[in-house]
Design a binder for this molecule. Structure first.
Ligand code: ATP
Ligand code: MG
Length: 329
């Protein structure tokens, strides 16, 4: 098949002065080459379609039979929705979730509303777009403050965990000034952290549960935050399959698959869950466009399920083609 590959390179993201993690969500060239290589190994012809304002014209000219989409976009909560919307405008089929699901999942507050309506556990949160709103809020400490629609731990630091009103006001001000979007305030979940990859449709199937812990083992789960500092310093260790009792594993998997379904995700996604101090799990957020680098959590989860990188890409593409009624030639 002639497969278009839509993506965003880190090197193309317009610089945001003073914000060190501005390009964190986008791809290294190596990841794009890895996916293109996997598609080529599967016998397909890959059409290179980097993100940019002329993308619609380039897609229309190239006429791919399907697009393998990992484009994150640049700014705003519609950034991941733009490429799928353009593909629908051009009537070009594509892998992964549609514009509505991608936008909904990026907005963490709205995503949690939908997930809660499906009967799944989420923590109550406050959305603040002006520091003056803080005085009227009743907040228990420690709390956690993050931008409402970023990913790849953009805007998440050790200092996102706040212990009192002063730290809260400082962090909310920092999020508003640097990320130009509402700050989400949640109770700090002090337990273990898990991520569950999901593949396929009818039914979507969970990959082995992954646990993220501090690489040094000196930091307890009460202190651990999978922050930008942790990710950029490679300070985490990934345990997959996570050491869990069967019942705990089933509960986490059930939450992940039901959240994926409630938000209308397709083909693949990754759900982040954290436990509270009593060991109760809470949905944190979902990534319908999870990272696909060699080191990404989904790649590690697929490997634990016995899927090589090429087979992971084949599974995502195969799910999309079956859903769309396209014969993968
Ligand atoms: N309420 C919370 N309590 C404790 N830790 C939290 C909370 N919310 C987020 N975190 C920590 O911050 C990390 C990043 O948060 P979250 O997953 O919401 O952001 P993200 O940038 O969208 O993540 P990703 O890199 O998966 O796209 C989590 O993995 C977790 O370690
Ligand atoms: Mg996350």
């Amino acid at each position: 098949m002639r497969i278009g590959l839509t993506y965003n390179l880190k090197s193309d993201v317009p610089v945001v002065a003073g914000v060190e993690d501005w390009s964190a969500e986008c791809e290294e060239r190596a990841t794009v080459e890895l996916i293109a290589g996997a598609l080529a190994h599967l016998g397909h012809t890959v059409i290179d379609l980097p993100y940019g304002r002329d993308l619609a014209l380039r897609i229309a000219a190239a006429q791919p039979e399907i697009v393998f989409n990992i484009a994150e976009g640049w700014f705003g909560r519609n950034r991941e929705s733009l490429v799928p919307a353009v593909l629908e405008l051009l009537d070009v089929p594509y892998s992964g979730s549609d514009a509505l699901t991608l936008g909904l999942a990026l907005d963490k507050y709205l995503a949690k509303t939908v997930v809660a309506a499906a009967g799944l556990p989420v923590v109550a949160s406050h959305l603040v777009s002006n520091p003056a709103q803080l005085a009227a809020l009743s907040i228990d400490f420690p709390a956690f403050v993050k931008p409402n629609y970023e990913g790849s731990s953009k805007g998440i630091r050790g200092a996102s965990r706040v212990n009192n009103r002063e730290e809260l006001a400082e962090r909310v001000g920092w999020v508003l000034a640097n990320y130009r979007q509402p700050a989400l305030i949640e109770p700090f979940l002090s337990g273990r952290e898990f991520s569950i990859g999901i593949l396929g449709n009818d039914p979507p199937v969970a990959l082995p549960v992954l646990e993220v812990v501090d690489a040094q083992s000196s930091v307890t789960s009460e202190q651990f935050v999978y922050s930008f500092e942790t990710k950029s310093g490679n300070l985490e260790r990934l345990l997959c399959p996570a050491p869990l009792e069967e019942e705990e594993k089933n509960r986490l998997t059930e939450i992940a698959v039901r959240a994926h379904t409630a938000l209308g995700c397709r083909d693949f996604s990754r759900v982040d869950i954290r436990l509270d101090d009593k060991g109760e799990p809470f949905f944190l957020e979902i990534n319908p466009l999870p990272g696909l680098s060699a080191q990404s959590l989904l790649t590690v989860q697929a490997k634990a399920a016995g899927l090589s990188y090429d087979r992971l890409i084949a599974a995502i593409l195969g799910s999309a083609c079956r859903r769309l009624g396209i014969n993968v030639a």
